[in-house]
Design a protein around this ligand. Sequence first.
Ligand SMILES: [Zn+2]
Length: 353
Amino acid sequence: MKICSHCAARLNAERTATDTGECDLCGGLLSQVDIFFDIFKEETKEIEFSNFIVGVDADERYLKNDDDYRKEHCTDCKSFKKEFSTILGRKIEELLGKEAEFGNPELVFTVKQESGDYKLWTKSCYIQGRYRKLRRGIPQSPWINPSREREMERSISEYIGLIGLKYLKGRDYTFFASGREDVDTLMLGEGRPFYVEILQPKLRKIDLDLLAEQVKKFSNGGVEILALKLAAKEDIEELKGKVFDKSYEVGVKIEGSIENIESKIKEFEGITIHQRTPTRVLGLRKDRMRDRKIHSISIKESEGGRIRLIITAEAGTYIKEFVTGDNDRTNPSLSQRLGVNVQIEYLNVLEVN
Ligand SMILES: [Zn+2]
């Protein structure tokens, strides 16, 4: 059995091999701490992190040798795998001033024993906030047709995600928002909650005011982000689980005249409407029935066959269909109750609460 000086010290054994990799217990890994320290130092010099963990993807053969040996000679002794992580970790702490963190590290460095390769991983950064959409025609997520060509302008997720990616020097991003408005609908008021996850970021600190400014510039004023913060994974999980009621402003053109329109509209307050999946999204979503509650509805303005409605409804209500009826797929609807045809001139989301 060949045992290197590092293993000899670790196992209170006698050294029987040189430290050039011929050790039967660690396969020479323990002689390579300095080499991997230099690699770590070089590879992380442009990465922002305060804590880390190092690990070893050890070779099965040596793991077994080492286990067998320890069982027989020194059950209290550390495995070579643990020894390597401990020594390398301590060195990084002492020389680079970073902290070893076992629970939720910002950076993970893994050494592959068999190939001598290594892997570097950094924890995602989450930026949470609210967005406002100030120009119609911007989709929330990239709108790609089957021939993979872009049909519309860039999406909200790209305007925010690509800027986040650039500032945090990440590898990729994912975007999540609490619900979505249609492409032709504005998102006003205090905005819609969202987060963007930057994967494998090299940087972790970000000037959020600058981020907001750049998103606005990149989208030519179409997208504004506010109430920004760097979030933890728990915040994100919480946001994902939340549903929000929403308030809308709808511009409606009425064909025909209606008496007592105010009181007829008020009758909708507090009622539950039944909505089949709208015709316009049938190809994309499953055809099913859902019940949604209209919390409040009022006329904000009325002039020459045009009314402006303010509606607050439960999360997931299809507002356009509530107004038009969508060929009776939504029941009851404004058009049906008023007994006239109506057209939607515009729709804005006012609040997401
Ligand atoms: Zn050894």
